[in-house]
Design a protein around this ligand. Sequence first.
Ligand code: TXD
Length: 319
Amino acid sequence: MARSKIALIGAGNIGGTLAHLAAAKELGDVVLFDVVEGVPQGKALDLAQCGPVEGFDSALKGTNDYADIAGANVIIVTAGVARKPGMSRDDLLGINLKVMKAVGEGIKANAPDAFVICITNPLDAMVWALREFSGLPHNKVVGMAGVLDSARFRHFLADEFKVSVKDVTAFVLGGHGDTMVPVVEYSTVAGIPIPDLIKMGWSTKERIDAIVARTRSGGGEIVGLLKTGSAFYAPATSGIEMAEAYLKDKKRVLPCAVNLSGEYGVSDLYVGVPCVIGAGGVEKIVEIELTAEAKANFQVSVDAVKELLTACKAIDPTL
Ligand code: TXD
């Protein structure tokens, strides 16, 4: 059977890490695309030279030509500009919208059958715009944010409870970052919901609230430390988890930015909710009954995404 092909649009910090992870896990052959000449070629060659040491046979190619993404099974998009300190995700809107147009057209012309994962910020607006520009079916275009936000939440919770990260599950909804909605009632340690753990004296409501706040600003905390860019290891590994779910038809239940058509009372908007990812792309959207508090927070998130889409439409009237 032929190997799968994974095209990575954007060969920056996340793109390079994605390429390494995809090759090391032998998910398929990797094409690294960027508009900057030399960078994708250099990174691909450097990473290919990891092969003999790490023992992978995935082929890696760097390119500046969209024709090279033809036949890709999965495309992960990180192209654009990353946040600098003091810059909000929304400042990125104008610049990255133009990038999504170029990328969407490149995908439409060369790899319309791919499963597309968008990572570029502001995520919920960019994945929507990328879907519009590419014209692909909604179930084949998703955004990565929830896997990362819940990984951050799980890391902090495992640290708080002094248990393995493996036993911590987290349920998050809504937009990326500031407006994400962690649902503590559905977040557990080995099936025990957080409110029960608080009753058991494992933590306090105040400490959990502080963890929620730290998770929401988790991206900003890293930007503040790095100063020259934003997080890339955990965002890349989160994108790979989604790609793997599709390529291996794993039917993983993952929080992803997906297009809603009436679920949670929302239509024609990409926002983060749990969904089943398998060979059919987004195979099912998981709709749970929310507490009044979660519902109100989710609405804040939805309104923030709507505002971004209005801004996108003002910048590009073809949308
Ligand atoms: O959870 C999430 N979704 C995120 C999102 C978590 C962390 C970072 N997130 C966002 O991902 C971040 O705000 C950025 O918008 C993207 C990519 O972050 P990365 O850290 O990889 O940024 P880099 O290193 O600046 O890489 C971006 C690359 C760079 O090599 C540019 O030359 C290239 O994108 N670029 C393009 N490639 C292709 N086509 C076009 N038009 C283009 N423009 C720039």
